[in-house]
Write a protein that binds this ligand. Structure first.
Ligand SMILES: Nc1ncnc2c1ncn2[C@@H]1O[C@H](COP(=O)(O)OP(=O)(O)OP(=O)(O)O)[C@@H](O)[C@H]1O
Length: 483
């Protein structure tokens, strides 16, 4: 078996290995961890104090990361290429212009490592931090392959939620919009979002009359289209599965995804990309991908920042209180933090709790904030049980920019980009370390920014050990806030 794993932080020469103690007065640690809050003081460290944070900076590409040997050079365009330089002979000129206009000039780490492999036709598993720019990496591959003027489906992006689908579609459309002063126009309808919900029927007939070049679809919608023979994968050149671990873990989606991948495996001339910030047991996954022929044998695993799966500008805190004090504690935190925008994650209501007629946590939090919070942030809700129009309306508000507090279930935890987000609150604890990672990853999403963001878990004392497990697994340190 010929699977290549490029775990950059393991393979690259480690440039800096720094151990920082938040009690030290070094400027780097103090700039990272704000020390004073109106109502809270950091009094206690929850983990051993001798190793507080391990930051590993891996900025030099290794020869092994490239398909051809690296020739040592002092030329900056080789060691530090721009996105234009990486994409030059692959992506249409107009799109490069547009990309720069939008603000994508320098590649993020995962883009720098992945794009040469993607352009060379290799199947790839993109495994990199939340907010590290995986979406742009696979969209650039798609635009290097498809002819948007042609009426046949050449690329499919599969996503687990409608919200993520809307976002990917938006970025895909922004990239092919006419650049200022540029020439030519894209075929309208070259990109289609095939997401569950109201417009699906209309889209199906449109799909038949004039197939789009690129389809962004939820797994279930795509499976339905295939089963009803409204669509075949025969013309496909590239398939991307975003948040792949989530889909494989979802009892609702996994069998549909397997059907799609099995059907796709018989296509010729195909390229496959899987993406996520978390791919537990990735070696097993890669083996299965090859065995099931979802990918070619030389699939490449691009693992960026394997040691530090969450952005290093993110700092983690927790506060312990009684269940009855949780809402009040949340309010105090919001008042002292004064977030630009924040998400309050709450657990999904169990079937049992629904049957007994209890209110879901989301309603409790929303109702409490609407009566008790008197700040300027707009209070919004996003949860599974909302109808599609209300979900879309909340997302639209969020996408207008900062200035909101979004009360959400984990439906908002995967892939959705909230660039203005500065604070995450876990009102209910995440169920797994992976859930923690994706919730926390909704902040710090401006790749080249140095703004600090925080994630705060409000827990009862019995939940402390669960958080400790997440700290060990994800290798971060959580500080206790004492009210
Ligand atoms: N090269 C770049 N330069 C500047 N900004 C970028 C670049 N690439 C991506 N971004 C921005 O970074 C943010 C995060 O990107 P993106 O949503 O693709 O991350 P991701 O890796 O898919 O995250 P997740 O794992 O959470 O899905 C977006 O706002 C995007 O516009």
């Amino acid at each position: 078996m010929d699977i290549h794993t490029l775990s950059l932080s393991r393979l690259l020469p480690l440039r800096v290995l720094s151990f920082q103690n938040p009690n030290s007065s070094s400027s780097s640690s103090s700039s990272r961890i704000p020390r004073s809050h109106n109502n809270y003081h950091f009094l206690k460290l929850s983990s051993p104090t001798h190793i507080n944070r391990v930051s590993i900076f891996t900025t030099t590409p290794l020869a092994i990361a490239n398909p051809s040997p690296t020739i040592p050079t002092t030329d900056d365009s080789v060691t530090n290429p721009t996105l234009r330089e990486l994409c030059q002979s692959h992506v249409p000129h107009q799109l490069l212009q547009r990309m720069e206009e939008v603000g994508y000039v320098m590649p993020t780490e995962v883009q720098k490592e992945a794009l040469p492999h993607l352009f060379s036709g290799r199947d790839c598993v993109l495994h990199a931090q939340t907010g590290s720019g995986k979406t742009l990496a696979y969209l650039l591959l798609i635009y290097s392959i498809v002819n948007t003027k042609k009426s046949s489906v050449q690329a499919v992006v599969l996503v687990p939620t409608r919200e993520l689908g809307m976002q990917v579609t938006k970025v895909a459309r922004i990239l092919v919009a006419k650049p200022t002063g540029g020439e030519g126009e894209q075929r309208s309808g070259a990109i289609m979002a095939l997401l569950d919900g109201g417009t699906l029927r209309r889209q199906k007939s449109w799909f038949k009359a004039e197939p789009p070049a690129i389809v962004v679809a939820t797994v279930e919608s795509m499976c339905l289209m295939l089963e009803r023979h409204r669509f075949s994968l025969g013309t496909l050149r590239v398939m991307v599965v975003d948040e792949v671990d989530f889909i494989f873990n979802s009892s609702k989606q996994v069998s549909s995804l397997r059907k799609i991948l099995t059907s796709y495996s018989s296509c010729n001339k195909r390229q496959t990309v899987f993406a996520s910030a978390s791919i537990p047991q990735h070696n097993r996954f890669l083996n299965e991908a090859v065995q099931q022929k979802w990918t070619k044998r030389d699939v490449i695993h691009i693992h960026v920042n394997a040691v530090e799966p969450m952005p290093s500008r993110l700092y983690h805190r927790f506060v312990v209180c009684d269940t009855e004090r949780k809402l009040q504690t949340l309010l105090s935190l919001i008042q002292s933090d004064a977030p630009e925008s924040g998400i309050i994650f709450v657990g999904e209501q169990s079937e049992k709790s629904k049957k007994t007629g209890n209110d879901p946590s989301t309603s409790l939090v929303i109702d409490f904030l609407k009566t008790s919070y008197h700040g300027s942030l707009n209070i919004l809700l996003l949860e599974d049980d909302m109808n599609f129009n209300s979900r879309a309306a909340s997302l639209l508000e969020v996408k207008k920019g900062g200035g909101y507090l979004l009360v959400a279930t984990d439906v908002a935890a995967r892939g959705v980009d909230f660039p203005e987000m500065t604070h995450i609150y876990n009102f209910d604890p995440p169920k797994t370390a992976t859930d923690y990672l994706h919730r926390a990853g909704r902040t710090c999403r401006k790749p080249f920014s140095d703004v600090n963001c925080s994630v705060t878990s409000i827990i009862i004392s019995e939940e402390r050990f669960v958080l400790q497990r997440y700290e060990n697994e994800l290798r971060f340190v959580c500080e206790e806030l004492i009210p």
